[in-house]
Design a protein around this ligand. Structure first.
Ligand code: NAP
Length: 280
């Protein structure tokens, strides 16, 4: 069994982004609402990676009671600010905020999380159309590519069908000629699907959802889930200890997809800056 070491690969990607960053001098803006500790930790990691890559990082923080209009105003201001190349709004947002309205307000050219309809639509078409693909799926594709894991013709099973992970990674791998099954909460007999997987991608948010008896020998496992156990430690959605005994490759939590998401954000920020320079 080999580990899909997202941490090491992410460091390489960030390091190799330096050259372009020095040329483009990009700026990433992050909008953070409230003080959810998990969100604060993700923002901190993004800040650190930007510092390493040479990307300027601007953080705009709002308290939990922020109104929809205040957030939309800030996004509009950032959209119109030529010195800012990319913007992300750290999710989750408080209940009074309608997330689709916020995502829709972001200029597609600066949507470096790739959550908006324009960038998702391009991702849907084919790899040639991909421009700013959603960061976590892009990170997963980079991780599989780095370890030379072929997806063409393979049975890929994705568990979880969210707009930010499950659906776009299903599409991106379909576009790379895999045979893709996407499972979700209404899937009957999840194990019947996961057992067929050559490559199993799990993005649900439930510890130990995937157990040893649900996978075949030599499966490649990408665990996207991030859960906090009672002892405070992080774990994924896969029973790592036992599933890793059967897997050919497996991504750990932490140290797998999480750092790759950050690396993908760096790549998208540089790409956004390049595109903006070309079109100016
Ligand atoms: P989400 O929006 O809650 O989506 C979870 C998906 O899993 C939904 O499609 C849900 O179906 C489905 N699901 C729930 N229970 C299931 C079950 N028992 N069997 C099969 N499918 C089930 O979450 P998300 O944003 O995609 O995130 C998923 C996990 O990945 C979370 O732990 C999150 O923290 C983590 N995450 C990690 C990264 C990273 O960088 N590593 C990035 C993003 C997310 P319904 O919608 O029908 O309930």
């Amino acid at each position: 069994m080999k580990i899909l070491d997202g941490k090491a690969l992410s460091e390489q990607i960030v390091e190799s982004a330096k050259e372009k960053a020095a040329m483009l001098e990009p700026t990433l803006a992050v909008i953070m609402v409230g003080n959810n500790p998990a969100s604060a930790a993700y923002v901190k990691n993004k800040h650190k990676a930007c510092e390493k890559a040479g990307i300027e990082f601007k953080e705009y923080t709002f308290d939990e009671g922020v109104t929809q209009q205040e957030l939309l105003d800030k996004i509009e201001q950032i959209n119109n600010d030529d010195s800012i190349n990319g913007v992300i709004v750290q999710l989750p947002l408080p209940a009074q905020i309608e997330v689709p309205l916020v995502i829709r307000a972001i200029d597609p050219a600066k949507d470096v999380d790739g959550f908006g309809a324009y960038n998702l639509g391009k991702t849907f078409l084919s790899p040639d159309f991909e421009d700013l693909p959603p960061a976590t799926p892009l990170g997963i594709v980079k991780l599989l590519d780095h370890y030379d894991i072929q997806v063409q013709g393979k049975e890929v099973v994705v568990v979880g069908a969210s707009n930010i992970v499950g659906k776009p990674i299903s599409t991106m791998l379909l576009n790379r000629n895999a045979t893709v099954t996407t499972c979700h909460i209404y899937t009957e007999d999840l194990a019947a699907h996961t057992k067929r997987a050559d490559i199993l991608i799990v993005a649900v948010g439930k510890p130990d959802l995937i157990t040893e008896d649900m996978v075949k020998d030599d499966v490649v496992v990408v665990d996207v889930g991030i859960n906090r156990k009672d002892d405070g430690k992080l774990c994924g959605d896969v029973d790592f200890e036992n599933v890793s005994k059967k897997a050919s490759y497996i991504s750990p939590v932490p140290g797998g997809v999480g750092p790759m998401t950050v690396a993908a954000l760096i790549l998208n920020t540089i790409r956004a800056a390049e595109r903006q320079r070309q079109s100016s």
